[in-house]
Structure formats: C-alpha cells, structure tokens
Design a protein around this ligand. Sequence first.
Ligand code: NAD
Ligand code: IPM
Ligand code: MN
Length: 357
Amino acid sequence: MKKHILVIPGDGIGPEVTTWGKAVLEKIAEQFGHQFTYDKGLMGHVAIEATGEPLPEETLDKAKNSDAILFGAVGHAKYDNDPSARVRPEQGLLKIRKELGLYANLRPIMLFDELLDASSLKPEILKGTDILFFRELTGDVYFGEKKRSEDRRTASDLMIYHRYEIERIALKAFEAARVRSKRLCSVDKANVLESSRLWREVVQDMAKEYPDVDTEHMFIDNAAMQLVKNPKKFDVVLTANLFGDILTDEASQIAGSMGMLASASIGDGTGFFEPIHGSAHDIAGQDKANPLASILSVALMLEISFGLTDEARKITSAIDKTLKDGYRTGDIADTKTDPAKILGTKAMGQKVLEFLS
Ligand code: NAD
Ligand code: IPM
Ligand code: MN
C-alpha cells in the first residue's frame, strides 16, 4: 500500500515521542511491504517562532494533501503563564481540527493487564475496563464566540451546538456501540445547560433508530465520579468537546498514565492521530516521556485510515510483549518494577521496535 503521511511533532515532548511513532510506522512498512512516504509540518510554539503563526498555511496545505497525519503535542510554559498572549500554540491545533473537519475524536481507554498495578485505582476495580470515548471536537465552548469587555473586566465564551453537529458525532458513537457491547452512555449537563438539553434531545431521538443499543444519559458531574467508582460500567461514551477533554484525562488513570492514551480525530477528510497528552513541560527534553501513546496512535492510524488491522494488531502485541517483559517508563512503573527495567523514551521506543521484529 502507498500512503503519504504528514508528521507534525510540535512542542515539548511532542518531537520526543513522535520520533518513535514514526520509527514504528517505518518498521511496519518494511515488514509488510508498504510504501509510506513522509513530510514534516510545523505547528505550535515552534511554528510561531519560525513564522509568527501557530499553523502556517504551508502546514495546512501539506495536511490537506496527505493520507494521514501523525501529531505530537503543542504548548509552551511561556504562554500558559501569560493569559494576555494573543497568538498561542494551541490555536494551531484548534484551527487544523476545524479546517480538516475533524469533528469526531475517538479516545479508547485500552488497559493492558500488565499495568493494573500502575494505576492509582484498585486493580479489581479496573480489570476488564474497555471504554471508547467519542468526544465532539469542532464545536462547543471551544469554538463559540469569545468576548472581552472594553474595560477587560468581563469575559465570555459561548457554549453553542447546532443539531447537525450533535447528530454526526452521535451517529458514529451509535454505530460503534452496535458492533461493541451495545451500550452507549451520553454525558451532558442537561439539568443546567440549554446546549446540553439540545444534545440530550438529539441523542434521545437517535436512540429510537437504535433499539438494539442500550442508551443511557448521565450528567457530567456524576459521570466523572462513576468513572473512577466503577469504570466497567461504561462502554461507548458520547460527549461534547469540553466534557470529553476533561473526562478522558481522568480516564487516562484507568490505563495507568497520560502516556498510554492515543486518539484518532476523524471526520470529513484526512485522519489525524495524536496522543491525548500535551507537551509536558515538566519532563520535556529529559528523555522521560512515555512514547507508547504515540506508538498506539500509529496503530489507530493504520487501522482506521488505512484499514490495516493486522499491522495495527502487531503493534499492540509488541507493546504487550514489552510490558510483559517488565519494561516501563517512569510514569507506568510501580513498586514491583525492576529498577533496571525502567527506561527512558529512547530505550522504550527501541524495545518496542525489537519486539516488532
Ligand atoms: P500534559 O498532558 O502536557 O501533562 C500533564 C501531566 O502528565 C504532566 O505531569 C506530564 O509530565 C504527564 N505526561 C503527559 N504526557 C506524558 C507522557 N507521554 N509520559 C509521561 N508523562 C506524561 O498537560 P499540561 O501540563 O496541562 O499541559 C502542558 C502544555 O501542553 C500546555 O501548554 C497545554 O496547553 C498543552 N496541551 C497540549 C495538548 C495537545 O497538544 N494535544 C494536550 C494537552 C495539553
Ligand atoms: C487535547 C488538548 C487540547 C484540547 C488543547 C491543547 C487545545 O487538551 O487535545 O486534549 O483541549 O482539545
Ligand atoms: Mn486535553
């Protein structure tokens, strides 16, 4: 198979982890006889430094002309601590999501049995958890009108949803529920928010078309609690942009770490694959970042964008073997881990490549 892949490493640990996602892609291509070609794009702080723009036109053009995109992370401490900065790295990510029509963000909570003790939650609560989040990605308070009063003392972000935006993400979630365990939980705040009441109305209407799917509605505050109380309760979770952002960072602790969660952003055209984590300034440049979320993002790319399920399975099985052999990065190590098997980013990436051979 011939495919052209754009790699956007971004900032902080983005380039450190994306190196290994790409190395795994190259290895898979070699093993299965695929011809993958690559290009590189700038986005985030590195792009602002080079061009003044968080998403240069050139990167967007390259993105539109590729078959899939592998992304790292954007963000820089300089902007996090400067609320007045007008140009910000994260704007690049939001713009590319909007421009590419990436309205569905799939975030699987895939729990490797070997990591049951890596979580801060009890193993017996976690075992058997398998959740697929559908986070709406191009609407909500993220993209509603933003305002600041002239005296700068009042600010607002409009939380807005149109019916078609809810329908198209809900359709993907219902279809997924149908081929999984036929359970769907839609999370909203319909007891307070008008946009959530529209959300619930649309999902209720669509549920009538899916009588085989057991559809439940839950308020976000309760869902955040149930997720750590009894995560097995959930299978497909459908939710809005902001709620999905927060719930999935919380859910990363089920899988052991932020460094374990991959995601696929899909919609109208080219698919975009990225870890759910950010640029992690606290560990950037120290060879400490877990590269497995980036490697798992590559597995999602192969499966979802290219339909290469054997190749994707080979990657998850290589990760499984690496973990079974006791290798860990610091974020997923626990008291039982052999200190000699706690690896840096590079050594962990190399181990996965070895287990792929
Ligand atoms: P973060 O996800 O970068 O980090 C949160 C915590 O998780 C940190 O303690 C970090 O060390 C740890 N962590 C994250 N990824 C890890 C990995 N692969 N291996 C080991 N540990 C890992 O979130 P934050 O600290 O809130 O944000 C930092 C910057 O990243 C901000 O500028 C933010 O805007 C940006 N951000 C970007 C994205 C993205 O590009 N998709 C996502 C989230 C945050
Ligand atoms: C994510 C991030 C982004 C989001 C930010 C960096 C814009 O937190 O991808 O989860 O909130 O969507
Ligand atoms: Mn996030």
